[in-house]
Ligand binder design. Structure first.
Ligand SMILES: Nc1nc2c(ncn2[C@@H]2O[C@H](COP(=O)(O)OP(=O)(O)OP(=O)(O)O)[C@@H](O)[C@H]2O)c(=O)[nH]1
Ligand SMILES: [Mg+2]
Length: 337
């Protein structure tokens, strides 16, 4: 599946139909009055969120959206037909922005949520409306109004409660695969994950939350190194960030350095990401290098960072981590945190 999370589209609503100029012409009715009907309304362009989709792929290939125009009014007071509206379906979590100002117009964060992106023009009035006692035979009618048109940016921000971040190979995809039904590709080389994955974590008593696995970050991501930080927009809405740090013998570099480098990148992308609640999770406990583990443990203790140690292979520490995450997500949902 190709994953597209940023597109620019052009929307144009239908123009209103013209009002009609016409007069009654009937046998034995000399000088019948005006009977020009009104033009129909142009169709709207509507953006609608649906859970069936999870990428903006369709909009990547089709960028022009034009709704039908209203039909012109006709004689005998016949109203022109209204133009058909056009619905653009996008995934839930799509944010609509004005393409010129980048200002957020609306956030379609619910299934079925709709936004009228361009209003159809009103139909013009037919000459029947303009008859007055002194002007019995108006020879004019209104033109239809033009439909609105504009450029929009659609940006998909996944609606996850918890976002997994960390260097490539830290074990993010492995973790999401053991705690949810998501099955991302896992491999012992960097940048295995190229697109974000979502998984639903189900705990006892119907408690659940959504977790996002995003592609690995490396130092220099803000300059586009590696995959850059194009995917960080998907953790902007999460309640909690889980920062995975590999403490195995195979891990390169110092765990504390690694942690700080990635945090630094987060800040360079968007400082407010640093205000998000973050927990550090040391991964691969089953093959841990004790020195690395000790160093990271001490660092987190000294700095008051919530810290967990897990192994996705043996399952150690996982349940404790999930209970903690659920509690944090709940706090956020209830507006405590
Ligand atoms: N022994 C052990 N190996 C693990 C554990 N978790 C992950 N691994 C291994 O570490 C390697 C990388 O795991 P991934 O889950 O693909 O890492 P990732 O963070 O998603 O990496 P990217 O997608 O490249 O950013 C794989 O070979 C995994 O099998 C663990 O708890 N124990
Ligand atoms: Mg991965």
């Amino acid at each position: 599946m190709q994953f597209v999370d940023y597109v620019k589209i052009h929307v144009k609503a239908g123009d209103g139909g013209r009002g009609c100029v016409s007069f009654r012409r009937e046998k034995y009715v000399p000088r019948g009055g005006p009977n020009g009907g009104d033009g129909g309304r142009g169709g709207h362009v509507v953006v609608e969120a649906t859970e069936r989709l999870n990428t903006l792929l369709d909009q990547k290939y089709k960028r022009e959206y034009k709704a039908e125009r209203g039909q012109h009014g006709k004689g005998k007071n016949m109203h022109g037909r209204n133009g058909e509206g056009l619905i653009i379906s996008v995934p839930v979590g799509t944010v609509i922005k004005d393409a010129d100002t980048e200002e957020i117009i609306t956030d379609l964060d619910k299934d079925g949520g709709r936004y009228i992106a361009a209003k159809g023009g009103r139909g013009g009035l037919g000459n029947a409306h303009f008859a007055t006692p002194v002007r019995k035979a108006p020879r004019f009618a209104q033109p239809g109004e033009a439909g609105e048109e504009r450029w929009l940016v659609l940006e998909l921000k996944l609606l996850a409660d918890v976002g997994l971040i960390g260097l490539p190979n830290a074990g993010k995809s492995t973790l999401i695969s053991v705690v949810s039904s998501a099955r991302p590709k896992i491999a012992d080389y960097p940048f295995t994950t190229l697109i974000p994955n979502l998984g639903v974590v189900k705990l006892k008593d119907f408690r659940s939350f959504v977790i996002a696995d995003i592609p690995g970050l490396i130092e220099g991501a803000h300059r586009g190194v590696g995959l850059g930080f194009q995917f960080l927009r998907h953790v902007e809405r999460t309640s909690v960030l889980v920062h995975l740090v590999d403490i195995s013998e195979m891990a390169g570099g110092d765990p504390v350095d690694n942690y700080e480098k990635i945090n630094n990148e987060l800040g360079l992308y968007n400082v407010s990401l640093l205000d998000k609640h973050q927990a550090v999770v040391a991964t691969k406990l089953d093959i841990a290098d004790t020195e690395r583990l000790d160093r990271l443990t001490r660092y987190c203790k000294t700095n008051g960072i919530d810290f967990f140690v897990v192994s996705a292979v043996t399952g150690k520490g996982i349940e404790e981590l999930l209970n903690y995450l659920f509690a944090k997500v709940e706090e956020k949902r209830k507006g405590i945190a």
